[in-house]
Design a protein around this ligand. Structure first.
Ligand SMILES: [Zn+2]
Length: 132
């Protein structure tokens, strides 16, 4: 249930931005979640709706998925991680342990399983809207 901890972190960070921009009523917060982040957007959205209060009372939360980019350590090729190309069991293994991607994903150019996650891990705040 770490979506609840994430929801609190998202609100804390959004609150800082709202205060910096003197927003009294936040209407929309957009969050981007990396494709390799272990988050279920519906659970995160639910958690946010349960704990929102004060300036976030009327806020809507938009949760977007970001693409993940992988970079081969052998040949330097970069490519996009596409969960849909994996079968369900593999996709779930990677969902719970992103490092497990190394057992299943190989560089499409040279076939090496030695790659790094260049982008798309983590969760970050994309945008915040509101009234002063
Ligand atoms: Zn390669």
């Amino acid at each position: 249930m770490h979506e609840w901890a994430l929801a609190e972190a998202v609100l804390a960070s959004a609150r800082q931005i709202a205060e910096q921009n003197h927003l009294k009523n936040v209407t929309e917060v957009t969050i981007r979640v990396g494709a390799l982040q272990q988050v279920e957007p519906p659970i995160l959205r639910f958690a946010l709706s349960q704990i929102k209060e004060g300036i976030f009372k009327n806020a809507k939360f938009r949760i977007l998925r970001a693409k993940s980019t992988l970079k081969c350590r052998v040949c330097g090729n970069t490519w996009e991680f596409n969960r849909k190309k994996l079968d369900k069991a593999t996709s779930e293994a990677i969902h719970f342990i992103p490092e497990a991607a190394h057992s299943y994903v190989k560089c499409p150019d040279c076939g090496s399983p030695d790659f790094e996650i260049a982008s798309g891990r983590g969760i970050w705040r994309e945008d915040i809207k509101g009234a002063q």
